[in-house]
Design a protein around this ligand. Sequence first.
Ligand code: CO8
Length: 302
Amino acid sequence: MANVLRNSAKFGFSGVLSQLSIHSRHGRECVSPCFSLQQRNSSTSPKEVDLDNSTGVAVLRMQSPPVNSLSLDFLTEFCINLEKLEMDKSCRGLIITSTLSKVFSAGLDIMEMYGKSPERCGEFWKAVQEMWLKLYGSNMATIAAINGSSPAGGCLMSIGCDYRIMANNPRYSIGLNETQLGIVAPFWFKDTLVNTVGNRAAELSLELGLLYSAPDALKIGLVDQLVPEDQVLSTAQVTMSKWLAVPDHARQITKSMMRKQTIDKLLSNREADITNFVSFITKESIQRSLRMYLEMLKSRKA
Ligand code: CO8
């Protein structure tokens, strides 16, 4: 936490203000400097995010074109926003979605792992850990409204939530495809996937680096529900009201009971996990794999 707050001072809020913002529908106290206190109206821009006092539900819309990749700046601001919402007792539920068409999140920003110093890689990885720890351990009820593709770190963010609703579009995919990049999903990515889909599906999924189409993701339980694309957010709102009908303390204690062991495992191995990541990702062979993957991404366009 201290690290995240230190980072926030370092990066400030301005850089990614347009990527993550929250504002209040009812003009309530703002939860973060970047959650600007504008009055919502029906023609509001899609980068604005609501914290609705009457329902206690915040909607956080990611908007970092072109693909909502999770850079250090992005993650830092994401964590600060999450922390502010967490501390706001009036906020009981969080919906995470994307303003971009076709993409929820492309996962970790590959440029953060390519050609960077070990120190920078370490800082980046700590921010990835922090994002997961905050989300997976959140007291809020959390729903991922997945309105586009969500590979790798985007999938991690989704399975870090309590419930996943995905657009019923077979062109959108989700999964932990790390092995396809020549890298290995860390144990806590794996644990979160196992907790979501079970051991066998996770094993197949991780070893083959599978990206599942939305219908296939539903089949293995990687997402909980498919709905037409234009109903992802509204369905998330309706679903959230069901989650919030459960008394908070009972839901929170139960969530903690289900997730604590997985969270504690990372907490007690955090530094070693950072060291592992840095030594792995800075290997020449891994850097080569990443370069080839980046080239492949670019060449797909040509
Ligand atoms: N990071 C950085 N840049 C990216 C990323 C990314 N994850 N994904 C896409 N981009 C870039 C592309 O290179 C392209 O750049 P440019 O415009 O300069 O050519 C731009 O974003 C747009 O990309 P596309 O044209 O591909 O956009 P589409 O809308 O056609 O497709 C997708 C969107 C489906 C999201 C597609 O971009 C894609 O599949 N991206 C790759 C996703 C991926 O494989 N992510 C894995 C990241 S690794 C991770 O999250 C976990 C790592 C764990 C590490 C553990 C080590 C120990």
